[in-house]
Design a binder for this molecule. Structure first.
Ligand SMILES: *[C@@H]1O[C@H](CO)[C@@H](O)[C@H](O)[C@H]1NC(C)=O
Ligand SMILES: *[C@@H]1O[C@H](CO)[C@@H](O)[C@H](O)[C@H]1NC(C)=O
Ligand SMILES: *[C@@H]1O[C@H](CO)[C@@H](O)[C@H](O)[C@H]1NC(C)=O
Length: 405
């Protein structure tokens, strides 16, 4: 089985020749296009065809719905993260499930226009949501994608890579229809994005009766995020780019605290639809967290995903490490890699969100020696592991607590 690294290196050697931190999010430079026209195609057909058709399709042990998925049972999953938070790893946990259609970073197209400073990230809010809606509903048309952006989803999204879209040179109606047909057979449609910075934008999808939304909000200690971003070869060529006027740390934590505020306060539309996970916790116990996530989306964690996690957890950056313990150590390695003045600066700008998420401020560099001084527990209102046994977690009651306080 291939690792994330292989997956990325295969087809995009140049792009990925730079350091690929084990499960840090790697930014792929492909792009998606969307159109703003909203159509309501085929919705009625889908409802009935599943029952009418008696075709079923089994391939080895992987039972995949060849007929259209039952709309009532559809699940639409979005991993909402920011750059360098481990979202590639988390996405792969879904991408490797034969029952899931997973799309890797569909929103990049829009934000490539942002770094120039000419446009605000929020200028693309409408287009971003429209594209997410199209993917969730398999409502593609010829303008949804562009040839330029093909490499990213052809090499990183399993289902797309097997569709006609990725085996033909140009994007044709035939290829789009094929992708639509393939998409409609999946009950679980998922994506990960690092380009949706305002959780409120998801409200229109959450309240849409045709969408059964599950939001996995992935966060990380901003000190670790900044350390990883600083190591990117392409110097953060993106929305939050180094060297631009934009203060990246401030932007990061402004968005984070805004989102946490929404989550902790009034958002009843998030009830049963939201789960927060910290990168550091996943790193410490990726199997347990994969299980949490699968419980949350109401799907069984398949063996192939568990095996992939075991395999991945044994590799880290540079291949120097060989145990799962080291895998966990990578999460707070920033303590030895970032200057203390940078640490202090991040702490100042991110005080509110750090505190909300259990990331502790350090006052002296000596304190960095002990991980416990920087990494506290996730406060209970966000915690999915307040009981020690993750097997028995009742997500509904936890989500209930979270939203209702
Ligand atoms: C559906 O089932 C019927 C009866 O079992 C069979 O004759 C027919 O060929 C099947 N159709 C398809 C498309 O598999
Ligand atoms: C879509 O295209 C792929 C690759 O060309 C092909 O293997 C598959 O059977 C097609 N699927 C549908 C539903 O048309
Ligand atoms: C594919 O697109 C290119 C550029 O638009 C065009 O020149 C070429 O003729 C197209 N090829 C096919 C097979 O349609």
């Amino acid at each position: 089985m291939r690792t994330v690294m292989d997956l990325q290196n295969d087809k995009q050697p140049k792009m990925f020749s730079m350091s690929v931190i084990l499960y840090s999010c790697v930014i792929l430079n492909a792009v998606f296009i969307t159109v703003v026209i909203v159509r309501d195609r085929d919705i009625v057909d889908i409802d009935t065809s599943y029952h009418k058709s008696n075709k079923s399709w089994m391939s080895g042990d992987n039972a995949v719905y060849k007929t259209h998925a039952d709309k009532e049972k559809e699940k639409h999953i979005i991993i909402m993260a920011s750059k360098e938070t481990g979202s590639s790893f988390l996405g792969e946990i879904l991408n490797r499930n034969p029952k899931v259609m997973f799309v890797f970073e569909p929103l990049q197209k829009f934000t490539t226009k942002v770094p120039s400073g000419k446009m605000k990230a929020s200028a693309f809010d409408g287009e971003n949501i429209d594209l997410i809606d199209r993917i969730f509903k398999c409502n593609f048309d010829i303008d949804t994608f562009s040839a330029q952006q093909k490499p990213i989803f052809c090499s990183n999204s399993r289902v797309f890579s097997e569709s006609a879209l990725c085996s033909t040179k140009n994007i044709t109606h035939v290829a789009i229809n094929n992708l639509t047909d393939v998409c409609l057979t999946y009950q679980y449609r998922a994506m990960k994005t690092i380009r949706l910075w305002n959780i409120e934008l998801l409200k229109t999808l959450a309240v849409d009766p045709a969408i059964h939304l599950k939001i996995i909000h992935l966060v990380r200690d901003p000190r670790g995020i900044m350390n990883s971003r600083n190591k990117l070869n392409q110097r953060n060529k993106d929305f939050q780019r180094k060297g631009d006027k934009l203060d990246e740390v401030t932007e990061l934590c402004k968005d984070l605290s805004h989102n946490l505020h929404i989550i902790e306060n009034s958002a009843s539309w998030l009830k049963n639809r939201y789960m927060l996970v910290r990168y550091e916790d996943i790193a410490k116990d990726p199997h347990a967290y994969a299980k949490h996530i699968y419980d949350f989306i109401d799907l069984e964690l398949p063996l192939e995903v568990q095996q992939w996690i075991s395999k991945s957890a044994k590799q880290t950056e540079g291949g120097k490490y060989s145990t799962t313990q080291d895998f966990a150590a990578v999460a707070t390695r920033w303590r030895y890699e970032i200057s203390f003045s940078d640490i202090r600066s991040v702490q100042e700008k991110c005080a509110i969100s750090m505190e909300s998420l259990g990331y502790k401020e350090v006052k002296t560099s000596d304190e960095l020696e002990n991980e416990k001084n920087v990494l506290g527990y996730l406060p209970k209102r966000f915690s999915i592991t307040s009981e020690n046994s993750y097997m028995n977690i009742n997500f509904h009651s936890i989500e209930h607590q979270l939203i209702e306080k």
